[in-house]
Design a protein around this ligand. Structure first.
Ligand code: ASP
Ligand code: MG
Length: 421
């Protein structure tokens, strides 16, 4: 007998037929006396629909002379959390109609306690004193993902994609034997199969690699869920919910690295079109200038990613190039314009048509020549590199978006990722 947490994303519960299918997968696991908790997302598109409702009303102007109300994040949370309430109830009914015992659990009913940060709350604690015994009594627990309750009793949500984090945290709290994340792909791939036809599913991937891939734009798992799993040494399996019961569906195991993984230098190639590039022209070349720029941006709540500085020796001026999230571009430009005098630069250039392409692999720690292979492969195709950033297990380059597919394919080939491991 085992204790299993299964998580189903939006496309897996997109309509009643998909929900019936999920019920069949859950029923299979609940056989033989296993204790099962299922975490569900909202039906696909539902959270976006709810967010759009909030945004539309939020954009209303207040009548003249009346000050606009301040924050609305508490109500945002109570609205967007409803998507998961619906799917947890529906799946519970589907399970009962198969003759199983099941009940839905909302965040506040467990309770899953969070901090006070509405719309991006962090989980503080999950009570298991009610849900645990219920599962031991043979009830399948169908948990609404993405939501919790804060110390003032208000509903909170964990940030977009947060059901993954709900599932991992629940698995840790319940001391589960397994945490299976069902999604619309059958595992983690060496790169996006829509771009490279010969991309392969990885049998295993290290937590660290998955963290890089998750934050680099492979949107299969929420980054925080991977962090949480890594810190608690909980392996997670990513697999497809589209398979039939009994069909071979090994997925990808995200776990601590082992020797076989180290032998492979690069595990994957990721890309992200969510970046924008900004260059400050003729910034004074003296200590503290970059700090000033970063301060202006952080005060505007903009996260800076890659940074390079090109110095012209002749006149003590430098061009500073960096990237920010595309969504933050306007905010960043405004903050920089406002600080033009106090920071001290001559002009701003920006470019939204850029893509960050990255190669990731824990093997980089112990192998040399990765950078050389990467830059040669790009150079052979005439792809110009604008900005470079590295970590111990990753090299990222910023290139013109036009070359995204070409670069991804070239790198996938250069590192032999198309060949069976
Ligand atoms: N429904 C939420 C979202 O779309 C949470 C999730 O699916 O993980 O972001
Ligand atoms: Mg997701």
């Amino acid at each position: 007998m085992a204790r299993i947490v299964m998580k189903f994303g939006g496309t897996s519960v997109a309509n009643l037929d998909r929900i019936r299918h999920v019920a069949s997968l859950v029923a299979e696991e609940a056989k033989d006396g296993n204790e099962v908790a299922v975490v569900v997302s909202a039906m696909s598109g539902e959270t976006n629909r709810l967010v759009a409702l909030v945004d539309a009303l939020d954009a209303d102007a207040a009548p003249d002379g009346i000050k606009n109300g301040t924050e609305i994040e508490d109500e945002y949370d109570s609205i967007v959390a409803t998507g998961e309430q619906v799917t947890s109830g529906l799946l519970s009914i589907a399970l009962r109609r198969r003759g199983l015992k099941a009940r839905s659990w909302l965040g506040w009913q467990i309770p899953l306690r969070t901090d006070m940060a509405h719309s991006k709350a962090r989980i503080a604690e999950i009570e298991s004193s009610a849900i645990g015994p219920s599962m031991e009594g043979g009830n399948i627990a169908v948990v609404a993902g993405f939501q919790g309750v804060n110390d003032t009793g208000r509903i909170s949500t964990l940030g977009r994609g947060g059901s993954d984090t709900s599932a991992v945290a629940l698995a840790v709290a319940l001391k589960a034997d397994r945490c299976d994340i069902y999604t619309d792909v059958d595992g983690i791939y060496t790169t996006d199969p829509r771009i490279a036809k010969d991309a392969r599913r990885l049998g295993r991937i290290a937590f660290e690699e998955m963290l890089e891939l998750a934050s680099l734009g492979a949107k299969v798992l929420q980054t925080r869920s991977v962090e949480l799993a890594m810190n608690n040494n909980l392996p997670i399996r990513v697999l497809t919910s589209m398979a039939e019961v009994g069909e071979d569906n090994p997925g990808t195991l995200v776990c601590h690295e082992d020797e076989t993984m180290e032998e492979r230098v690069v595990s994957g190639v990721a890309y992200s079109r969510d970046e924008a590039q900004i260059t400050l022209l003729r910034l004074k070349d003296k200590p503290g200038m970059v700090a000033k720029v970063c301060r202006a941006l952080s005060e505007a709540n903009v996260i800076v990613d890659m940074i390079v500085q090109g110095i012209s020796r002749s006149d003590n001026a430098a061009n500073l190039t960096f990237t920010v999230g595309k969504r933050d571009l306007d905010k960043a430009l405004k903050a920089l314009e406002a600080g033009k005098e106090s920071i001290g630069f001559q002009g701003i250039k920006y470019d939204e048509d850029v893509t960050k392409v990255s190669v990731v692999g824990i093997g980089m720690r112990s192998h040399t020549g990765v950078a050389q292979t990467m830059f040669e492969a790009l150079a052979e195709r005439g792809i110009n590199v604008e900005v470079i950033a590295t970590s111990e297990i990753k090299i990222s380059v910023l290139i013109d978006s036009e070359y995204t597919e070409l670069a991804v394919r070239a790198l996938h080939n250069a590192f032999g990722l198309h060949k069976a491991a």
